[in-house]
Design a protein around this ligand. Structure first.
Ligand code: FES
Length: 306
């Protein structure tokens, strides 16, 4: 069994790459202006950081749900001639179009970080869904001008395209791991306090990566000392795209990822600025016999996928 059909088709669409190369810097410029300095309220809203989950999948439920309802109302209208069903179909179609445009805008924001195969898959996903939105918008116009049957057909074609686009979006998540929490694939951490470093070896402002043996190999832990003196520990692997947090910049009791500038609280792991939306895995700490010891926090264990 080879790659899924959608992946195999997109693999052949190499003409998308030059378009992506031209478009991506413009999207970065529009959304990511000043990104090197960290998050802004607009970017955090687009990334879903305030929501605690990526915004694009949540928004894309609006067109999928509304258009499915419109399809059903269209069918009821066709069979019964019900005016109420006709109006409901038009209303649901319009809600879906608005939701589709919003989801597309947020999707482009997500796409600005991608490269290689995932960037091309993102382009294909956007183009196919863009076609779906365009046909649904045309359908609204046709319905408004009395050409209802043509409007229904345009919508049906748009809905079918959206189904293909949704499949490609699924490939981005399940095949490429876009917007998934990378920390859940790491070992949750030791269940008992385990020494990882001599306390005297951790200076005040340092971001120190230590590695401990996990179930499937080494796991990187980021140790730091909060301004109040408390020793803190979170995963050293950024949960966005696995950036190395020990190479990030420290600002107060936060660390900024060197790759895309997500900002995390060094003690709680909370994602303060996106694009990350999930908190980092964190560990309980204590100093015992001059050693820093860590233990997995309960939520690390609870969010394990296996
Ligand atoms: S890897 Fe993207 S912000 Fe850290």
């Amino acid at each position: 069994m080879g790659a899924p059909l959608g992946q195999r088709i997109v693999d052949r669409l190499n003409w998308l790459d030059p378009i992506a190369e031209k478009l991506q810097p413009k999207v970065k410029e529009a959304v990511g202006k000043g990104e090197e300095k960290g998050g802004t309220p607009v970017r955090n809203a687009l990334d879903g950081t305030y929501l605690g989950t990526p915004l694009h999948p949540a928004l894309s439920d609006v067109p999928v749900g509304s258009w499915t309802a419109a399809l059903v109302f269209d069918a009821v209208d066709l069979v019964s001639g019900s005016k109420a069903a006709r109006n409901a179909a038009d209303g649901a179609l319009a809600v879906g179009v608005v939701g589709g445009f919003l989801a597309a805008a947020v999707g482009y924001s997500d796409w600005r970080y991608l490269s290689g195969g995932s960037r091309r898959m993102g382009m294909a996903h956007a183009l196919v869904n863009g076609g779906g939105i365009a046909l649904s918008t045309i359908s609204l116009g046709l319905r408004a001008t009395g050409r209802r049957n043509a409007g229904r057909l345009a919508f049906l074609a748009g809905y079918s395209l959206t189904g293909v686009g949704a499949h490609l979006g699924g490939e981005l998540s399940y095949g490429y791991g876009l917007r998934v929490n990378r920390n859940v694939f790491e070992w949750a951490g030791p269940v008992e306090f385990t020494p990882v470093l001599r306390e005297s070896d951790l200076s005040d402002s340092e971001l120190r990566r230590v590695e401990i043996d996990g179930e499937d190999g080494k796991v990187g832990i980021l140790l730091s000392r909060a301004q109040g003196g408390k020793v803190c520990a979170i995963s050293a692997t950024c949960n966005h795209f696995s950036g190395p947090l020990e190479r990030g910049d420290r600002e107060g009791d936060t660390v900024i990822c060197p790759w895309h500038k997500s900002r995390f609280d060094l003690c709680s792991g909370e994602a303060i600025d996106g694009p990350a939306v999930f908190p980092q895995s964190r560990y309980h700490t204590r100093v015992h016999d001059g050693n820093i010891e860590i233990k997995a926090a309960a939520e690390n264990v609870q969010k394990k996928v296996r």
